[in-house]
Write a protein that binds this ligand. Structure first.
Ligand code: FAD
Length: 321
């Protein structure tokens, strides 16, 4: 049965996040040939509408308002509720990002609808849309359907393929004026921690360091390898607790959950709480001095050795490619 789905195009630093294109791919699977409407919210976002269309949206609705320059759940919820009211979709998809995790439950609660978070795959079964999501820190998967109301879902980055970009596609990008009022939060200023390179949660390659890296300087060879492979640097909580790197790099149960194509764990023992954040990576390579380290139990390839000898060798070899 063809259905209409909305997909929020999440904008960061003036560009659309890749997970938004993956969410369009997910909506295509769920809509069964129905219409996909991209939604843009911000103070100057309408110009990004064509890119959503090139990635598979049929048309786009953009809500622009100076009060939406910075994300607030209150302001964005008002904008999206107006779009939902106008479009009356069967479902609305978000990336499983900090924004999506905050906004989707708020809207689902307001509309008394079901929400399925952290979706890794979607199938159609007997007229139902069946969502698969990991549970128990990735040790098991559950399948869910929503039985009534608007279907809300957040899509985990790097799991559902986006459609190939088609620059010949065109569609309507329409503005919707929404009176944003009575905001309870006003963001005066955003102070960012400097972050270099690729975003960890969307990275296709992650080089992660643990306590075995031994110091802040010990992360330098990992950064160089990440740069050569176009990847991001991550860390275990052991490395963060030891002050070798910032907590924003932490991967695991109480850090970020990542599913890159390639995860290289360097000097990480493989505690269950770390595995919770990375064990669904497509290919795992572990470098550890200890042949008994638990990380080798989840690794596809293991290198028993000193990371300070192994990583420079890998970097040199990858540079030749
Ligand atoms: P270690 O366990 O100390 O391992 C270091 C490894 O480096 C060892 O295996 C050693 O053989 C190897 N090594 C040393 N030198 C070298 C070298 N030169 N070359 C190669 N290998 C070397 N942890 C997380 O990572 N993420 C989380 O989100 C998280 N959440 C937690 C939540 C709770 C409630 C609790 C209780 C713990 C949590 N932890 C988390 C902590 C977790 O239990 C481990 O303590 C932590 O993951 C260990 O980090 P590590 O592997 O870097 O350090």
């Amino acid at each position: 049965m063809a259905r209409k789905f909305l997909v929020l195009g999440e904008v960061r630093d003036g560009s659309l996040r890749n997970v938004s294109f993956e969410a369009i791919g997910a909506a295509k699977l769920a809509a069964d040939g129905g219409e996909i409407v991209g939604v843009l919210v911000g103070d100057s976002v309408q110009n990004l509408g064509n890119e959503l269309i090139q990635y598979g949206a049929d048309r786009v609705v953009a809500v622009e308002n100076v009060q939406l320059k910075q994300y607030t759940s209150d302001g964005f919820a008002q904008a999206l509720l107006a779009v939902i009211e106008q479009e009356k979709p069967e479902g609305i998809f978000f990336g499983h990002t900090a924004l999506g995790k905050d906004l989707a439950p708020k809207l689902a609660g307001k509309l008394e609808s079901g929400l399925i978070s952290d979706v890794t795959s979607i199938e159609e079964e007997g007229g139902n849309i069946v969502f698969t999501r990991p549970i128990y820190s990735g040790k098991a998967f559950e399948k869910k359907i929503v039985t009534g109301g608007v279907v809300f879902a957040t899509i985990r980055p790097n799991n559902i393929e986006p459609l190939a970009k088609d620059e010949s596609r065109s569609g309507d990008v329409a503005a919707l004026n929404v009176d944003i009022k009575d905001l309870r939060t006003i963001i005066k200023d955003v102070v960012r921690k400097a972050s270099e390179g690729v975003d960890l949660s969307e990275a296709k390659v992650i080089i992660a360091g643990g306590r075995g890296v031994k110091s802040e300087d010990g992360f330098e060879p990992l950064k160089e390898l990440a740069q050569v492979l176009g990847g991001a640097v991550g860390a275990s909580r052991g490395a963060c607790d030891a002050d070798y790197c910032d907590y924003s790099l932490q991967i695991g149960q109480t850090g970020k959950v990542v599913t890159p194509d390639l995860y290289i764990a360097c000097g990480i023992s493989g505690a269950i709480q770390h595995l919770a954040g990375m064990s669904n990576s497509k290919v795992i390579v572990a470098i550890n001095k200890d042949p008994e380290a638990n990380i080798f139990n989840v690794a596809d390839y293991g290198i028993v050795g000193d990371l300070f000898e192994v990583i420079p060798l890998l970097t040199e070899e990858f540079k030749k490619l």
